[in-house]
Design a protein around this ligand. Structure first.
Ligand code: SAM
Length: 246
């Protein structure tokens, strides 16, 4: 998941990238950004892609920095949000950005950006993310939940067993990946997934206080094609953690 990967993905964004903005039916992310917003504060969207969050950030903050590794994404976000007056775009790789991002923000939003299975570059990007948060500022971090990926695997097995018992073909394809380091495949792409405790530990070690931990819940249609009618709650989810820099 280097710059080339994201430049290529940007060209086929709609078919390749899961739309968190539209699928967060309970608006957990929206509500948790609004809670810490102020027209006197600054915000930063790290990994902004096409800029889905920029209109709401622009409306609730004095100034917004929109950051992405991909030039295509920065150009698309600029075009899509050209009417917004208070956005500054920064084209940079967070894993190499310690000097390129020269400012901090009161609220930093980082939604499904720290995904690379490469621990070295993910850790470097994480360091940039936490450094971007001003003292007493907030980080709104959203990441794929490892618990949810494993739970989906349990559901697949159950689904297969039910099909078998009904005399149907049991042919669900198990998820690929390594749960021990959290690298699970999403549509064939190895993607870092996180445990709730792992997130808490990381952020506390980095001098943050955990303020909120919420599930961003999605429907089963986001996980499986044609999910069966018996498949209800609990639903699959991403983790949202709001953490305050001490
Ligand atoms: C899955 S998309 C999520 C987009 C957006 N945050 C959202 O919620 O819709 C991940 C985004 O993070 C960006 N990204 C990934 N790694 C990055 C890095 N090291 N530095 C800057 N941006 C990065 C990608 O280019 C892409 O736009």
């Amino acid at each position: 998941m280097d710059r080339k990967y994201w430049e290529d993905v940007a060209l086929v964004h709609d078919e390749k990238i899961f739309d968190v903005f539209s699928n967060d039916a309970e608006q957990v992310i929206h509500k948790n950004i609004i809670k810490y917003s102020s027209r006197k504060k600054t915000a930063m969207d790290l990994g902004c892609a096409i800029g889905n969050w920029l209109p709401m950030l622009s409306a609730h903050f004095k100034k917004v920095y929109a950051v992405d590794i991909s030039k295509h994404y920065i150009d698309l976000a600029k075009k899509k949000n050209k009417q917004l007056p208070n956005i500054e775009y920064i084209h940079v790789d967070l894993a190499k950005a310690s000097k390129a991002i020269t400012t901090t923000a009161d609220v930093v939003v980082c939604i499904n950006t720290l995904l690379t299975p490469n621990a070295q570059s993910r850790n470097a990007a994480y360091e940039t993310v936490i450094k971007a948060v001003a003292k007493k500022g907030y980080l709104v971090l959203v990441v794929p939940a490892l618990e949810s990926a494993l739970y989906s695997e349990f559901i697949l097995d159950l689904w297969d067993a039910k099909d078998k018992a009904a005399g149907k073909k049991a042919d669900k394809v198990a998820k690929e990946g390594n749960p021990f380091d959290g690298t699970m495949h999403l549509d064939g792409t190895p993607t870092k997934h996180y445990l709730k405790e792992e997130l808490h530990f990381m952020l506390q070690q980095s001098g943050f206080e955990i303020v909120e931990t919420k599930k961003v819940k999605y429907t089963w249609k986001t996980e499986f094609t044609n999910p069966p009618a018996w498949l209800k709650a609990p639903f699959p989810w991403d983790w949202l953690v709001v953490a305050k820099r001490k």
